[in-house]
Design a protein around this ligand. Sequence first.
Ligand SMILES: Cc1cc2nc3c(=O)[nH]c(=O)nc-3n(C[C@H](O)[C@H](O)[C@H](O)COP(=O)(O)O)c2cc1C
Length: 258
Amino acid sequence: MRTNHTISINHSKCVGCGMCVNDCPDKNIYLEGSKAVRRADDCLMCAHCLAICPQNAVSISDFEDIPEDLNSFSPIDGESILQLIKRRRSVRQFTQQTVSDELVQKILQAGQYTPSASNEQDVSYVVIRENLAEYEQLALHALQLGKPVVNVFSERIKKSEIDEHFFFKGAPLVIVVKAFSVVDGALAAASMELTAQAMGLGVFYSGYFSIVTRFSSKLKNRLGLQKNERVAATLVIGHPAVKYQRTALKERPEVLYD
Ligand SMILES: Cc1cc2nc3c(=O)[nH]c(=O)nc-3n(C[C@H](O)[C@H](O)[C@H](O)COP(=O)(O)O)c2cc1C
């Protein structure tokens, strides 16, 4: 969630190149003489000015993280990203191995660095490891309450065997993605899923869990859902007990070239 930050431009470093002026989507910076100057404090706080400045003259207060130097990042080729996406499958069989804290933090970072509309950063997370069975029991109860509605959402659930592992399939980790904008939450979840799979983990979206949270005040309270906040996605994560040999067959999308 966004907190108040202040952007400072160090005029002893600023050379007036104008890069921040040209890149600011809010038109919140202008040149006065040969120095960049901000117009107001209530900008998007997107930090493009900080990211682009060749002189490192821009700083922003009150973030827990510090900017990392992108020149130190390894190069990434598009073919590898495409292969990652093609390789990705919904994994529903997991080993007993727990997911390390380090991996959990990296998955959360993938969500943190995903864009959000108006840079709202309205996405937050519940990491469930200790109390998975308890959540699954609450979800089963909520499913009974909401079954007529859930049936409308999915014909498949009528055919499903609903046991105590229906929602999480015995995985050691679940990350519930909460958001005021479901689009923001879903985008964060997609980044997290791909990052987790790239790190050798298996993931599936428990859409049924996300849906049943709407019928249970106990689940809403437990997840700390605020008014107008929704579960955008539920990521079920663990070390995969399966290995796929080839890509899935997916329909070619309809594309209009105009
Ligand atoms: C939003 C969403 C919700 C989903 N919910 C469930 C679910 O509740 N249970 C489940 O087993 N799979 C769930 N899935 C996985 C889909 O069934 C799966 O993505 C689809 O069958 C294609 O398989 P693939 O992901 O391996 O390509 C969900 C996927 C998405 C994107």
